[in-house]
Ligand binder design. Structure first.
Ligand SMILES: C[S@@+](CC[C@H](N)C(=O)[O-])C[C@H]1O[C@@H](n2cnc3c(N)ncnc32)[C@H](O)[C@@H]1O
Length: 319
């Protein structure tokens, strides 16, 4: 990488922390709801000091996320997505990033990962509603796209492994009137999925949410298809193979496997650093994932690129 690019990266890394501070201290939400606000008003309402807060706002101004007018600061169009109140908010994702930056996506975290530290796949309980909201925003488009894949025609019972907020289950059942979905996850995420399903009264009988542990449990039901969306990246290589083998055990020959995850070639560097810092080191291209699936009893059907940070869909069938 050339010298100028290194300097750019140094600056963006610090600006990113500035964005996290604005989100975590509630500055973005206050400006969204009641802007324009002066530095003094914002400082009083967030319990911060005016001098460092002014510096933070100037940094965000210089990057185009806020603008200073005669009555104080406002969020720009780009800055509005920092607030949890924006319809396509990135606030929840940034709050997860803030947790990551405190826990492991940091210099000490990366150095610990290089010496073998692994972060548990389970987020702390207070962050589960934040994760549920973040996956809802991030998964809205892929859930619709996946629900329209031709291989799903004729599938009667799909098992959604690590189902998150349940939005894939809802999208799939809406697209396929004959389909039933069993959505597997841990508590308390399962309660979020259950609440979401309950809001769709017409689908209540077709979606069942079941408590399940990613690290140990076999699939509790036999479906004719399994969806694994944005779950494998939480696991290191031996656990990934173990899960794929448990999924293969839960499918009859010909059963469908859909894996949706961050898959190269050319994965975003931030994504690679993230999974490396977790200790999972999920840094695969689609061909490597297919080789894993083949070793666990699947035959590849096709791979498709989906929108969003290098996400792909791998379609395979149980041999
Ligand atoms: C990144 S989210 C993906 C959710 C959903 N499949 C999607 O694509 O939006 C990862 C999911 O793994 C679940 N998970 C993490 N550790 C788990 C465990 N030990 N047992 C079961 N589920 C787990 C989380 O609760 C979360 O719903």
């Amino acid at each position: 990488m050339a010298k100028a690019e290194i300097l750019d990266v140094m600056s963006s890394a610090k600006l990113f922390l500035g964005l996290l501070a604005a989100v975590e201290e509630g500055v973005a939400d206050l400006l969204y709801e009641s802007g324009p606000l002066s530095v003094e008003q914002l400082a009083a309402r967030t319990g911060t000091l005016p001098a460092p807060l002014r510096s933070l706002l100037r940094a965000l101004d210089s990057a185009g996320f806020v603008a200073e007018g005669p009555d104080g600061y406002v969020l720009t169009e780009a800055g509005r997505r920092l607030s949890a109140f924006h319809p396509r908010s990135l606030n929840h994702l940034l709050r997860l990033e803030a947790w990551g930056a405190r826990e492991h996506v940091s210099l000490p975290g990366l150095q610990a990962a290089l010496r073998g530290r692994q972060v548990p796949t389970e987020l702390p309980e207070p962050l589960i509603p934040v994760l549920a909201s973040a996956v809802e925003v991030g998964g809205a488009v892929p859930a619709l796209l996946i629900s329209r894949r031709p291989e799903l025609r004729g599938v009667r019972h799909l098992v959604d492994v690590g189902a998150g907020s349940g939005q894939y289950a809802v999208a799939l059942c809406r697209a396929h009137p004959e389909l039933r979905v069993t959505a597997l996850d841990r508590e308390p995420m399962l309660t979020h999925a259950g609440d979401r399903v309950a809001r769709h009264t017409e689908l209540r009988d077709r979606i069942q949410v079941v408590r399940w542990d990613l690290h140990t449990d076999p699939l509790p039901v036999r479906g004719d298809a399994v969806l694994v969306s944005h779950l494998l990246h939480l696991l290191d290589a031996p656990e990934r193979l173990d899960l794929l083998a448990r999924i293969a055990d839960g499918l009859e020959p010909g059963g469908l496997l859909l894996v949706h995850d961050f898959l190269g070639p050319r994965l975003d560097s931030g994504v690679i650093i993230d999974w490396m810092a977790r200790g999972a080191c999920f840094d695969l291209d689609a061909a490597e994932l297919i080789a894993d699936a083949e070793s666990c009893g699947f035959t590849p059907v096709r791979t498709e690129r989906l929108p969003g940070a290098g996400s792909s869909l791998v379609v395979a069938r149980r041999r």
